[in-house]
Design a binder for this molecule. Sequence first.
Ligand code: NAI
Length: 678
Amino acid sequence: MAKKKYKNWKIEHDGDGIAWLHLDVPKSSANILNESVINELDDIVKVLLEDTPKGVVILSDKDSGFIAGADINEFTTFESEEAALVNIQRAHLIFNNIENLTCPTVTLIHGFCLGGGMELALACKYRIAEEDSSRLGLPEVKLGIHPGFGGTVRSIERMGSFAALDLMLTGRVLKARQAKKTGLINYAVPKRHLIKAARETILKSPKIRKLPWWESIVNHSLIRPFIARMMVKKVSARASQAHYPAPYAVIDLWLKHLNNRTTMLQEEAKSIAHLLVGKTAQNLIRIFKLTDQLKGLAKDKSIVINHIHVIGGGVMGGDIAIWCALQGYDVTLQDQRHETLAAVKKRAVKLYKRRLRQTRLVNSALDRLTLDINGNGLVKADVVIEAIFEDAEVKCNLYKEIEPKLKRTAIIATNTSSIPLEKLTDSLKKPDRLVGLHFFNPVAQMPLVEIVVGEKTSKKAQQVAATLTKKIKKLPLPVTSTPGFLVNRILMPYLTEAVTLFEEGVPITVIDKIALGFGMPMGPIELADTVGLDICLHVAENLAESMPITVSEHLRDLVNKKILGKKTGKGFYTFKKGKKVKPKTKANYIAASDIEDRLILRMLNETMACLREHVADSKDLIDAGIIFGTGFAPFHGGPLQYVKDRGQDKVLQALENLEKTHGPRFKPDEGWKTIMIE
Ligand code: NAI
């Protein structure tokens, strides 16, 4: 084979006649299948078809892994479905050529092998993965698409229908052992054996495990429709077809075309081209990129955080401490009550057992979490997270007491959900060390942390807070220290409007169903019950001073009666064993047509106000914050993207109509006329 130089690939021929194709995309921490990689691969494979070696091994020279997927930046550049199809068909041809090589082909996998990377691996005859680091999967549904380089067909051939469909429909990522069990790979081996395993596999060309006998029954054209119906039912419980068409398209491909491989490959290409240019995929891809943008906000690599001291072991402080220790930090947790600390330890054991499974790992996480009633950990802390009662005076007294004991460089991060930092800084000798680190409840599940930047907060304190957030696998969003910051400020009008609707007599199930229909992950009434009605009331009362929200008397009444939502078994809903009991709605109830707009437009109006006031730095960051902080229907791409898609004029018009019918709380923010959302 002629020695040609490639930008991304290096080809070596060894003494056994095996061609080793090393991928190392320049100036990128991970390998991705971009146009240039695919073009070169096309060229390489054509040569291999003409001058076929004894075997081909495809491997990565990157530490980060094999291939993290296709280049999603290119997904957003197709001008039409036809243009996308041409591109996809070309990749199909290359992958088919790899499959058609007459010699044994092996992919050697370590680290990430996802999406297009996994599809490339599936086009080879054998897949060998390093047993510890490998993470394999076809997570395309998370971006609103499905495998598109022949992966739907080949994964089913290698794994069987159930296992492959499960992988594609859930987007799950597997470790090497699970991948071996399911048939996604052939061998899982220790790192030191990888090269030897590849060479031996080529030289011996071992038999490939056959699928079990019952596979032909599952795949029978008379049985498939039943199974497909079952799968559609399961998928629809998680995501509606109108909002998330990709998983339904996978089931459809399997149902209609499994009997004809060539047709299924062709239809896969058409289907993904169609999905790629659709709104859902474009918005989900945008969100994926926004995640990177948020992570990129923690850019100061010089920051070192060794020890975290958390003060306040209640709902939030306890869970923050548990989470930080889970992510590898040494944490001391201080509270004034022994019982509170003991309860935190119990919660930690429960979470660690669930997440870490192995006793050895659970024990070392527990070792990292020290209960510290006397606050001995303060002196060595790089970050002090304060999560005591929401009372400015109490917090100030605490700061005065602890500041003299702190390291010169230590920052204080308050988890306050409503107190502007300016009300707290005067208590400090070094006010620039105070920053907000606003976690959401429940800490383990909510991906966003608002980094609240006060007038005096130093750049360093900001960066330390952002770095810590990223290190504990959360997304940092810098926001100004204005009432409600970003997320609560936008969520509250939506929740209070839902309560107003309830007070007007709209059944709670109807209110929640309408919000779910818009694509929210949970209805506002259930959300209020889940967050806790006392917390909602507290935030609403705080924000009512600066925003047009009315605090519901009914809500106040419930809280006075200690009816606080899920945690007390009753709120707007009744909860049995933590599960919501759905009250019956009158069968002939007809909901007013403006309910969806009343809920959503209150959020959009507040979003516009936040944009105008620069609560977060850009439109993108505001959208990201609201999606990750409130769960705002991801397929809409965020509230501002939704405004853009629906039309800014139309949203403004709708707000003006609502103001006429329902009053001044719908008065459009002045930003609607001065800011263009592009
Ligand atoms: P909590 O009442 O459950 O816990 C507060 C804890 O602080 C108690 O265990 C108390 O014993 C302890 N404490 C009070 N003063 C202390 C002191 N001087 N020294 C040591 N320990 C002290 O409160 P929660 O809900 O955890 O809230 C804490 C902070 O987090 C508040 O600022 C709140 O606004 C904020 N927050 C709360 C959220 C929620 O959903 N609960 C969400 C986001 C922020």
